[in-house]
Design a protein around this ligand. Structure first.
Ligand code: G1P
Ligand code: ZN
Length: 540
């Protein structure tokens, strides 16, 4: 037996959350930094010996070295089988799917999601449990506690494990199985969607472009859209996962996927454009010269998915995060579906999905998913849209505007004040919290505050309550703002303001519709005073 215990010391900065641990790549590359995390995960689990672990990453810088560390520590801890994607690659949704498909104990994914990669970018690690869902808080708290005290990790003295070819090999008592990362996921998508209909759509001359942003969905998209569905070769762009994402910031939105937005605004724009993020759980949909707001995307999915055979008899309800616009609520009211509004973060959807309260969920931050996996899923969402386009013969723009005609349009915009001083942000939120009880009735510019409240959520299944999830302010013109601090940043703090307003007329100017609420909010929050900034860093 070549398994040894190696001495280590805790890193006090390590804290494991439901998005795992994210940080600068250089921080992760410190001596035993990742080793401590991986061993602490295993030290927090029980009875996994002999069981199956799924391992993969999004291909970012350090993925190749990190995956070897994960594999060797997992072997040394006694997993029976470790299934790893070829080249060390797996998208987050594909990993989640493999966990349930292979009856695995859990899975480790190496990713910092949509954060930039590279030596000077970010790295990260997440753990998903046997349902395929991200680790719950009870487990992540345990992992954090273990990380604070760790003094050794188990290690196997072995040369690096070859991951360039599929196949199996045994090390000690563990079988390492290298698999094609795409195949099982692609098969699953064919069970869910009508591939023949989408194939016919492409055959009929419908033009399509997908931008993988040099991240993990490239191989998935190439195989699914071009090979299986027959989109012309070249429809999938930036399809090779690169360690630094080729300099792109793999977050599919109007700011970071500007090259795609430009392509979709050109005279010869394709009929349908899409992109996804670093680890493949986010997506953006564009029509010719038309941006599908993620909140509207969720509404379109809620309108049409219940009609697909796969979902027909299992469409229980929908959930959105509180900052997501209520466009989906309007569809749900018409279709008599129950809607849940949860705090930000996919973990809040997991209970609802698993307990058949909902089938579809989504966030304004370009993430949607269903009960098919316990993560949000970018390629799934794009396939869902293509399936809907194929069945309805409507363009993305028509699908969205048809809903606006029925329900009205919820004008929506998210303002981000990024990487501000954490103290400053805290002070701003404290001052806002103190104002909440007295805001009602006060006038700011031309608006009065109709209602102000702190968002507290009670999980309908577990009855667990989480407080202080953000502040909701409704104004006299029926505009609404939701205010919270980001929970995923790696430097300083990020303030997010989510503005929305329902109007029956859908040809108005977004900025003009939201301007009064934006002005009022800026003065309630005293943003220039607390953050020393006059405008948001990005509007997404
Ligand atoms: C962001 C998004 C949130 C998403 C999370 C993980 O979190 O806003 O919807 O669940 O990334 O992808 P935030 O930085 O706002 O805490
Ligand atoms: Zn992601």
């Amino acid at each position: 037996m070549d398994i040894t215990a190696i001495k280590t010391e805790p890193y006090q900065d390590q804290k494991f959350g439901t998005s795992g641990l994210r940080g600068r790549t250089s921080v992760f590359m410190q001596k035993n930094y990742l080793q401590n995390v991986v061993q602490s995960i295993f030290d927090s689990l029980e009875k996994f010996e002999g069981k199956t672990l799924i391992v993969g990453g999004d291909g970012r810088y350090f993925n190749d070295k990190a995956i070897q560390i994960v594999l060797k520590i997992a072997v040394a801890n006694g997993f029976g089988r470790i299934i790893v994607g070829k080249n060390g690659w797996l998208s987050t949704p594909a990993l989640s799917h493999l966990i349930t498909l292979k009856n695995a104990f859990g899975g480790i994914i190496l990713t910092a999601s949509h954060n930039p990669g590279g030596k000077d970018g970010d790295f990260g690690i997440k753990f998903n449990i046997s349902s395929g869902a991200p680790a719950p808080v009870s487990l992540t708290d345990k992992i954090t506690a273990k990380m604070q005290k760790i003094d050794r990790f188990w290690w196997i003295n072995e040369p690096d494990i070859e991951l360039g070819n599929t196949g199996e090999r045994q090390i000690e008592n563990t079988i390492i199985e290298v698999i094609d990362p795409v195949e099982d996921y692609a098969n699953y998508m064919q069970e869910i969607f009508d591939f023949a209909a989408i194939k016919n759509l492409f055959k009929s001359g419908f033009t399509f472009t997908f931008d993988a942003m040099n991240a993990i969905t490239g191989p998935y998209a190439k195989y699914i859209f071009e090979k299986l569905l027959g989109a012309p070769s070249g429809s999938v762009t930036h399809e090779v996962p690169l360690p630094d994402f080729g300099g792109l910031h793999p977050d599919p939105n109007l700011v970071y996927a500007k090259h795609l937005v430009d392509k979709m605004s050109a005279d010869d724009a394709p009929d349908f454009g899409a992109a996804s993020d670093g680890d493949g759980d986010r997506y953006m949909i564009l029509g010719k010269n038309f941006f599908v707001n993620p909140s509207d995307s969720l509404a379109v999915l809620a309108e049409h998915l219940p009609d697909l055979p796969y979902y027909k008899n299992q469409f229980y309800g929908v959930a959105r995060s509180m900052p997501t616009s209520n466009a989906v609520d309007l569809v749900a009211a018409r279709r008599k579906l129950h809607v849940y509004a949860t705090p930000t973060g996919w973990k809040f959807f997991s209970n609802l999905l698993q307990n058949k309260k909902v089938t579809l969920c989504g966030e304004e931050s370009f993430g949607s998913g269903s009960n098919h996996v316990m993560e949000k899923d970018g390629i799934w969402a794009i396939l869902a849209w293509l399936n809907i386009v194929a069945l309805t013969h409507k363009t993305p723009q028509q699908l969205v505007t048809n809903l606006w005609q029925k329900d009205g349009r919820v004008y929506y915009s998210r303002h981000n004040y990024e990487n501000v001083d954490a103290e400053d942000a805290r002070h701003l939120m404290d001052s806002l919290g103190a104002q909440v009880p007295i805001l009602k009735g006060q006038k700011f510019g031309c608006l009065k505050v109709k209602k102000a409240e702190i968002f507290t959520y009670e999980d309908p299944v577990t009855k667990n309550r989480v407080s202080n999830q953000g502040v909701i302010i409704s104004f006299s013109n029926n505009a609404r703002v939701f205010i919270r601090l980001s929970g995923t940043g790696t430097v300083g703090a990020t303030l997010r303001l989510y503005f929305s307003k329902l109007e029956q007329n859908f040809d108005e100017n977004l900025d003009e519709v939201l301007a009064p609420a934006i002005l009022a909010t800026t003065s309630i929050l005293q943003i220039p005073k607390y953050l020393k900034m006059d405008v948001p860093t990005t509007i997404t």
